[in-house]
Design a protein around this ligand. Structure first.
Ligand SMILES: Cc1cc2nc3c(=O)[nH]c(=O)nc-3n(C[C@H](O)[C@H](O)[C@H](O)COP(=O)(O)OP(=O)(O)OC[C@H]3O[C@@H](n4cnc5c(N)ncnc54)[C@H](O)[C@@H]3O)c2cc1C
Length: 580
């Protein structure tokens, strides 16, 4: 039995993208019924709350949106969709003012009262606005207050499991969800649906995203026949805390500002190695630093726990304590002295540049479905600059809210859901209840290890082919593995099973795209194809499900604003590029 709810707008996810979408939809039309659903607690789940370093925005004299744009394109190795990247950098200026002046965020300031902006790696200007080193909590708490002040229906501990088309298969009719507290299925019929479940590469041995994220949004998109862009582009943050296998602190991020401020990376022998790798040394982009660390690890030049060290004490322990209070405390919790000693770190899977392709107004190819935040693909190309993630989710989340309000004005009817599809999706989700119980954790550990070993920081054909076979094998084993408990209410093992199903499918998409891309760009490095390739012929990957298999196509990048070899920042200040 499925309960049905109807709403104007259904938002999946309560991170920066979801909350901004709710707010802007209500601002556009307060009469709209907006339903906010999240797999965890609203405002407490997802990664926006975990944002440490801060928010990139061009505000200061000497900086410009053109400069921020060029940093984003060059950092993204010419793969970003340029009109989206432009919208991001332009929209960040508007959004940071909204966050401060309308939403009530307090960010750190300079003595003259202007916003303090710190250095982040890979950028030619210090433009990262922050609240100490725990910026996300400020953003999400203030945003929640604004959303709560409006009439928004909340569905907490509600997991979306399938996008349900209308009977003609031409548009989205709603979303099938599981109320995790009761275990009941619930169909939410909606005029417009926002996918904002926040991607999140939690299928790697070391990873940073929140535990509620399992790439469900991306898996639902693939199952609905939608393509995903740039899936091979998985960003590893160079400095995940390495505190041993018995603590969940391992893999959590030590923020980019540490390297931005002048922190050093040392191998197990205490040697600084980044100076040999890149002129920017530790301030090189995340892909370069992660590869350099991994190379040290492969050469056996490791710390006792198998990583490298970060050291800050040459900057003055007092100053480090003052500037990076949250990080110092996090390290102390795991027995490390960040201010005066060395901390063991390891690259950790952090962010998915890939996701669902979308237009500048957040529409997708499926009428009625919109996307924003880390579920979307195309803004960052091959590498996301630190600080561009939360800008992405808040800028496009707000845009999505406005677009959905407009869409509903033009398409006011609820669409009739495909009942056969609902039944099939419920049967898929309930399958493990009818199977003999098995070792789900063993499957999960094999997934994490194989993705780290063969689809991680350094890749080659042999490893990727091995991974694709292993993923197919895991998929078959999961399909034969059941649950020890038949009670669906708050059955976390059931949700582990569903998590693994999503993670394996999306891992297959990552591996397939990585095999198809025979060059090395940003986060994707093929040891058997180390060359970048001709930038003028840049192409992005598009993967979609075809029956049980996955197909990958390469599509040319449209250099709609600037071509490789050109730049916008040589031009006069204030120059606006052609409208994309
Ligand atoms: C530790 C850490 C530090 C970071 N620091 C920075 C930084 O300093 N600067 C920066 O720019 N970026 C940073 N990022 C990246 C940034 O957090 C993300 O890019 C961005 O916040 C993603 O926002 P989002 O709204 O797309 O998703 P999220 O904020 O992750 O929200 C996802 C939401 O979707 C929900 N959800 C998931 N699956 C389902 C489902 N099946 N059904 C219903 N709901 C679901 C979740 O419960 C959650 O509510 C950091 C990330 C991490 C993990």
């Amino acid at each position: 039995m499925t309960e049905t709810l109807a709403t104007d707008i259904l938002i999946l996810g309560s991170g920066g993208a979801g909350l901004f979408a709710a707010l802007h939809a209500k601002q556009a039309n307060p009469a709209l019924e907006v339903t906010l659903a999240a797999k965890g607690l609203i405002g407490k789940s997802g990664c926006t709350r975990m944002v440490q370093g801060g928010y990139n925005v061009a505000l200061s004299d000497g900086d410009s949106v053109e400069r921020h744009f060029m940093d984003t394109i060059v950092g993204g190795k010419w793969l970003p969709r340029q009109d989206l990247a432009w919208r991001l950098v332009e929209g960040a200026v508007e959004r940071i003012q909204e966050l401060e002046n309308e939403i009530g965020c307090f960010f750190d300031r300079n003595p003259d009262g202007s916003l303090h902006q710190k250095a982040f790696a890979g950028q030619t200007f210090d433009r990262t606005v922050h609240k100490g080193d725990l910026t996300g909590i400020e953003i999400i708490n203030r945003l929640m207050e604004q959303v709560w002040a409006r009439d928004v229906r909340r569905l907490e501990d509600h997991r979306a499991v399938a996008l349900i088309p209308d009977r003609a298969g031409a548009a989205l009719a709603g979303v099938l969800m599981i109320d995790m507290r009761s275990g009941d299925f619930r169909l939410v019929q909606a005029r417009a649906v926002l996918l904002a479940t926040g991607g999140g590469p939690t299928m790697y041995l070391y990873h940073t995203p929140s535990g509620d994220k399992a790439c469900d949004g991306l898996a639902m998109s693939l199952r609905a026949g939608l393509p995903l862009r740039d899936m091979e582009m998985v960003q590893f943050h160079p400095t995940g805390l390495l505190a041993g296998p018995d603590t969940r602190m391992t893999g959590t991020v030590l923020e980019e500002g540490l390297r931005g401020a002048g922190g050093w990376l040392l191998n197990g022998a205490g040697e600084r190695f980044m100076t040999e790798v890149d002129p920017a040394a530790e301030r090189a982009t995340r892909d370069i630093v992660s590869r350099a660390i991994y190379t040290q690890m492969r050469a056996g030049k490791t710390t006792p726990l198998g990583g490298v060290y970060i050291e800050m004490k040459h900057l003055g322990p007092e100053s480090v304590r003052d500037r990076f209070k949250g990080m110092v405390e996090r390290c102390a919790d795991s027995g490390f002295d960040l201010a005066g000693g060395r901390v063991e770190v390891v690259p950790t899977a952090h962010y998915m540049m890939g996701g669902l392709p979308f237009e500048i107004d957040c529409t997708t190819t499926l009428p009625g479905l919109f996307v924003a935040g880390e579920d979307s693909g195309g803004v960052h190309g091959a590498n996301r600059l630190g600080g561009n993630g939360v800008a992405n989710s808040t800028v496009f989340g707000g845009i999505a809210g406005e677009t959905m309000a407009r869409w509903i004005a033009a398409e006011p009817q609820l669409r009739d859901p495909d009942r056969a599809r609902i039944a099939a999706e419920i049967a898929r989700c309930r399958r493990p209840f009818d199977l003999p119980a098995g070792d789900l954790n063993g499957l999960r550990e094999r997934l994490l290890q194989l993705m780290w070993d063969d689809v991680g920081i350094l890749r080659d054909r042999a490893g990727l082919e091995r991974a694709i076979q292993a993923l197919d094998q895991l998929d078959r084993e999961l399909a034969a593995t059941g649950l020890p408990d038949s009670e669906p209410a708050f059955n976390l093992t059931w949700h582990d099973w569903l998590n693994l199903e999503s993670q394996i499918l999306v891992s297959r998409a990552i591996a397939a795209a990585a095999l198809a891309r025979e060059d090395s760009r940003g986060a994707h490095y093929r040891e058997d194809h180390p060359e970048t390739g001709d930038l003028e012929k840049s192409a992005y990957t598009l993967v979609h499900q075809n029956g049980q298999g996955l197909e990958v196509a390469m599509k040319p990048v449209d250099f709609s604003i600037v071509r490789p070899g050109q730049s916008l920042i040589d031009q006069a200040p204030g120059h606006a590029p052609p409208t994309p």
